[in-house]
Design a binder for this molecule. Structure first.
Ligand code: ADE
Length: 232
């Protein structure tokens, strides 16, 4: 899978993809991530990528021409499954969206800055608008990094244990159960006996109950969705 990220701050994205699981994915040629500095597509002496907004008001807007030039250049080289714009007014990212994105081959991500990008770019090119939560970041780069991480780890072969992503929180609308490792007793606090029992069926049952209870308490919205889904 390949990500092409359009950004005015490629330096911000140098580190996140070069460690741990994503680095391994890149080393195994399962994942490619390319950052495209938007300024390279700007023209004129000052290579401006932003300008004042029509109608007045504080804050700059990212210009159409450099963005269009970069997007069209990338689209001339390959077909994209999605052209994503990361923006606080997009649809909130969830596991289902990540699963769907991970089935694609090429995904482009446009990072906004300042007041955002000219609306005509959204209308003309963007196929998916994603927010990573109800707060405003100073730019889209960290949101893009979140998407590449959450999607990249779902590509088959990226995780060591192929099945482990299936048991992540949210994969079945439930939060994951608590986990423990050695020592079995620490400062008087013991690991639940069932996890030491060696009885796979009982362990599975316990984990499921814990997932249900944790979801009911912490995310009643998800719990309701789960319960409704079970009834269908
Ligand atoms: N850009 C600025 N804030 C953002 C957010 N919450 N999600 C995605 N992109 C953003």
């Amino acid at each position: 899978m390949r990500f092409d990220i359009i950004t005015v701050l490629p330096e911000l994205l140098e580190s996140p993809f070069n460690h741990s699981i994503l680095k391994r994915a890149k080393d195994r040629n399962l994942l490619e991530v390319y950052c495209h500095p938007l300024r390279d597509f700007a023209t004129g002496k000052h290579r401006h990528v932003d300008d004042y907004q029509f109608g007045g008001g504080a804050g700059m807007v990212m210009k159409v021409e450099p963005l269009a030039a970069c997007i069209e250049h990338l689209c001339s080289e390959r077909q994209y499954d999605q052209i994503v714009y990361v923006t606080p007014d997009g649809a909130q990212l969830n596991q289902q969206m990540c699963n769907r994105l991970s089935m694609g081959e090429n995904v482009m991500i446009i990072c906004g800055h300042y007041k955002g990008i000219d609306e005509r770019i959204r209308n003309q090119f963007v196929t998916m608008e994603i927010s990573i939560g109800d707060y405003v970041l100073s730019g889209g780069e960290l949101a893009a990094a979140v998407i590449v991480d959450a999607v990249g780890r779902l590509i088959p072969g990226v995780l060591n244990d192929e099945t482990s992503a299936l048991f992540d929180s949210f994969q079945d609308d439930l939060l994951a159960p608590p986990v423990y490792t050695r020592p079995a007793e620490w400062r008087g606090m013991k690991v639940p006996d069932v996890l030491l029992s060696g009885n796979d069926r009982l362990i599975e049952e316990w984990r499921h109950e814990q997932s249900l209870e944790r979801t009911r308490l912490r995310r009643p919205d998800l719990y309701l969705k789960y319960v409704k889904g079970q009834g269908e």
